[in-house]
Design a binder for this molecule. Structure first.
Ligand code: ADP
Ligand code: MG
Length: 834
């Protein structure tokens, strides 16, 4: 049975066993569609069947249990009509024998890790268990070959965690014990420096141990609150502790008790005090004080102390029993801590050195697994055949001489790389990285030219209709010597149905050679006669599945993905190691670097003056706002509100256009086109203009609320100007004067170089955020690794490389655990970046 159907069966069965309570998958059965649809297509399941599943599951949540049962049964029967083999009652245990024989084991959905194994044999496994103390099999040393099932257990197995607590913890993404182990502290407070009271000084963070001398409780603020004052002494001096609004402490603290307190030393009426410090009786193992204390991110109804206690419970019992999948040989040669020890030390470090070692080990794993997957993917891609495409040098020269400019040397290199790929007999998988304005379009057009000159077809997918239209125009222009306009077509959502029909027919009979479009290309039932080349522009705007879908419209077509988000080499190698990389880090000659200034809000009038001057010289300007409407929460200036003021009061004699995300796509396009055709002097807009639109006549980019944007975004926005030969300006105005020192704004003023800014951005934020949500498929699995740690990356990469050369399939017995762990790491959604 196809893997995707097998999966359906498992979850349906589980759902049946759970009384149709829609909890076979966390978040509901519909969640399964996130991964299932793509898998089913990959399995070649008929589209009608896929749609039937999608529809039933989408509405599943709203049904009563009885209707749910009917829905699933009906659905399964429907599947049986097409795939009779699914109706046989097989008795093969699903966890064994499945997957291990394939090169990439089918992955269970990430949320359902706890249901991975043998649902049919032990259905009760998967129901929330009543609170219980850890059982003896779960204690240290109890190793099993798989991830110990214990790590997949729900948090309700923990003492003191009921369903309500479990729900709260789920909000932190904590569902299983394994999740807890990998929920790393946000930071640590180091209280290891025990000090005598007489040596304390104001402002320091310390732990002291002392005996309680006195306890006084008194009401404050007219009885609305209370304060408890405790004096402790350690023989060298006394220290006053104040606890606000914790009246119960009066019963917990007794004169003569020894306690350890940790906190910041404050001052009150000339004496040193501590306000609401963390405290513990000293005979308790020092969990909250007197050590390096982990500090976790919290959510409502979870206190630091409670979570820390819980974590301690989990870590002490389970960390040591975690199986270390990394082969011993690699562990020793890379000089890494054992996994169990690392998980222990990362939460409750014995020392800074051990903490460091633990972090290194955990970070190593992340990069190592990533690399192994990336290497495997690259091999898989290279293992299939692709058609060869080549053109004589004279053909290329003829194209180049007909261009309105000469290619930059980096463009020439990219073209050379692509020519070699197309003629290699293996499918091209190339990432073309080039800063905004570096001229990627012409490179893609030349490549499409090579393919179509050999009789095959090409498709170009852009994230927006405006961009698609722009590309269509450029392609038609650049390739006018070799293709007639009717051979290059534009297909977007708004294309009239009759025209779509014609395009579909043309693509099916190979009279249309190139189609440029948006996601319509994959949504539309277009069929290509011979698609051999697919280009994805602004690839970070697309999901992984969408890219795979475009590719699946052809038979191992060559693939070029383009991005204007410059990714530092270390990151690119790690995240996109499966793609070949062409970098265009040089702009066409004659571009003047954009002059960038950070202005204080009260200097806004200067910005307006500059804009007026530029417009007088026949130029145009962008004014960008972070939000659409004035929001109550943040006082960012909003496009809609200010558009009125700007057009009536500030620039009464000029024509202003307004563009924002709440407009219909055709309205947006219209406004954008009017701006390009100079019907407006100024375009007031939200960030919808961010991606790729080319208006060479625009020379000013004014960004309001600039401190609210990310560095990459600011750079992209700035890239909208400086596209012509004239001097362009970028003016950044933060929301408040005190934000003018903002690191990102200063970096912008300092440099025009996208790669420099990307490095900077990475340092300022983590890789996950850096890449944005859509693209973070890979990077989100990097919780510990810092992508700026090139040394560690190199170490992990070289170890992975070595292992891969030795045993690419991890089929040797001592790599079996690793193969399993790798399968888990490469769960859903990380399998394909192209
Ligand atoms: P991006 O890499 O941001 O997609 P485009 O392909 O849109 O950049 O090119 C930006 C502008 O630069 C376009 O107007 C294009 O015609 C022009 N251009 C591209 N290559 C060159 C070149 N070698 N010399 C001069 N202008 C160029
Ligand atoms: Mg572009």
């Amino acid at each position: 049975m196809q893997t995707s159907l097998e999966k359906l069966r498992k979850f349906f069965r589980l759902e049946h066993e759970n009384g149709y309570s829609n909890n076979a998958i966390i978040g509901g059965l519909a969640k399964m569609l996130d991964f299932w649809e793509g898998e089913a297509r990959a399995d070649g399941i008929q589209e009608e069947v896929i749609q039937a599943v999608v529809q039933r599951l989408r509405s599943y949540d709203g049904l009563s249990p009885q209707s749910r049962a009917d829905a699933l049964k009906g659905l399964w029967k429907r599947i049986g009509d097409t795939y009779p083999e699914t109706q046989q009652k097989t008795r093969v245990p699903p966890a064994k024998g499945e997957g291990q024989t394939q090169s990439r084991p089918p992955q269970p959905p990430p949320d359902s890790a706890s249901k991975r194994e043998t649902p049919r044999h032990e259905p009760r496994e998967y129901k929330p268990r009543p609170p219980a103390t850890p059982r003896s099999e779960n204690v240290p040393g109890a190793k099993t070959s798989a991830t110990p099932a214990a790590l997949d257990a729900k948090l309700t197995v923990l003492q003191g965690v009921g369903q309500r607590h479990a729900d709260t913890l789920a909000r932190l993404g904590l569902h299983t014990l394994g999740d807890m182990l990998y929920y790393f502290p946000r930071r640590y407070d180091d209280y290891t420096q025990l000090k005598p009271i007489k040596e304390l000084f104001y402002g320091e963070q310390v732990t002291v141990i002392g005996t309680i001398q006195s306890i006084h409780s008194r009401p404050i603020r007219g009885g609305k609150a209370s304060i408890i004052e405790v004096v402790i002494s350690d023989g060298t001096g006394g220290l006053r502790l104040s606890f606000f609004n914790q009246p119960w402490l009066a019963n917990r603290l007794k004169s003569g008790d020894a306690i350890s307190v940790s906190g910041k030393v404050d001052q009150y009426l000339g004496r040193l005090v501590m306000n609401s410090p963390d405290w513990e009786p000293v005979d308790v193992e020092s969990l909250h004080t007197n050590r390096i204390v982990p500090v976790y991110s919290l959510t409502e109804r979870v206190t630091q102390k409670w979570l820390r206690n819980l974590m301690n419970q989990v870590v002490t019992y389970w960390a040591p029993s975690v199986v270390d999948a990394l082969p011993e040989s690699i562990r020793t040669s890379a000089r890494l801590m054992r996994l169990g020890e690392a998980l222990l030390q990362v939460h409750f470090p014995d020392s800074q050195e051990k903490l460091q070692a633990a972090r290194e080990r955990l970070a190593f794993d992340e990069i190592f697994y990533l690399q192994m997957g990336v290497l495997r993917q690259k091999r898989d891609w290279k293992s299939v055949e692709a058609r060869r495409f080549s053109v004589p040098d004279e053909w290329m020269s003829a194209r180049l001489t007909s261009l309105p400019f000469t290619l930059t040397s980096v463009q020439q290199n990219a073209v050379k790389d692509i020519r070699a790929d197309l003629d290699s007999g293996k499918p091209m998988n190339r990432l073309l990285q080039g800063d905004v304005g570096s001229g990627k379009t012409v490179v893609a057009a030349l490549a499409a030219g090579i393919v179509t000159a050999n009789g095959a077809q090409a498709a170009i997918m852009s994230p927006t209709a405006i961009l698609a239209e722009q590309h269509h125009r450029n392609f038609t222009n650049l390739l006018k010597d070799i293709l007639r306009p009717e051979e290059i077509r534009l297909l977007v959502g708004d294309t009239p149905e009759s025209e779509k029909e014609a395009i579909r027919a043309g693509l099916a009979n190979n009279t249309v050679k190139i189609v440029v479009g948006t996601h319509s290309l994959i949504e539309d039932p277009v069929q290509f006669a011979d698609l051999q080349f697919a280009v994805i522009d602004e690839q970070h705007r697309f999901g992984v599945e969408q890219r795979a879908m475009l590719r699946s419209k052809g038979n191992n077509p060559h693939l070029l993905v383009m991005t204007a988000t410059p990714i530092p080499r270390s990151l690119a190698l790690t995240l996109y190691g499966d793609l070949d990389l062409s970098i265009m880090d040089e702009l066409p000659a004659g571009r003047k670097p954009i002059h960038t200034y950070v202005l204080r809000p009260q200097e806004r009038e200067r910005a307006f003056t500059l804009i007026r001057g530029q417009i007088k010289d026949g130029k145009q300007a962008f004014i960008i706002y972070p939000l659409i409407e004035e929001s109550e929460k943040i006082d960012a200036r909003a496009a809609v509100d200010d558009y009125e003021t700007l057009s009536k009061e500030v620039f009464p004699n000029l024509k202003l256009g307004l563009l924002h995300g709440r407009m219909r796509p055709d309205e947006k396009d219209e406004t954008m086109l009017k701006f390009r055709d100079k019907a407006y002097h100024i375009l007031v807009s939200t960030t919808v203009v961010e991606v790729g639109v080319d208006v060479p006549n625009a020379t000013v980019m004014l960004i309001e609320g600039a401190d609210r944007f990310g560095l990459a975004q600011l750079h992209q926005l700035r890239g909208r100007v400086g596209r012509g030969a004239d001097q362009s300006f970028c003016l950044l105005i933060p929301t408040h004067e005190d934000k003018t020192e903002n690191d990102r704004l200063q970096a912008m003023a300092e440099s025009n170089d996208g790669f420099f800014l990307a490095e900077k951005d990475l340092q300022l934020r983590g890789p996950g955020e850096f890449l944005g949500t859509r693209q973070s498929g890979y990077a989100s699995s990097l919780r510990m690794a810092s992508i700026t740690d090139v040394k560690l990356i190199e170490k992990a990469r070289s170890q992975a490389q070595k292992l891969f050369e030795q045993d690419a399939d991890l089929s040797q017995p001592d790599h079996a655990l690793l193969a399993e762990a790798l399968g888990r790491f490469w769960g859903e959604g990380k399998g394909d970046v192209s």
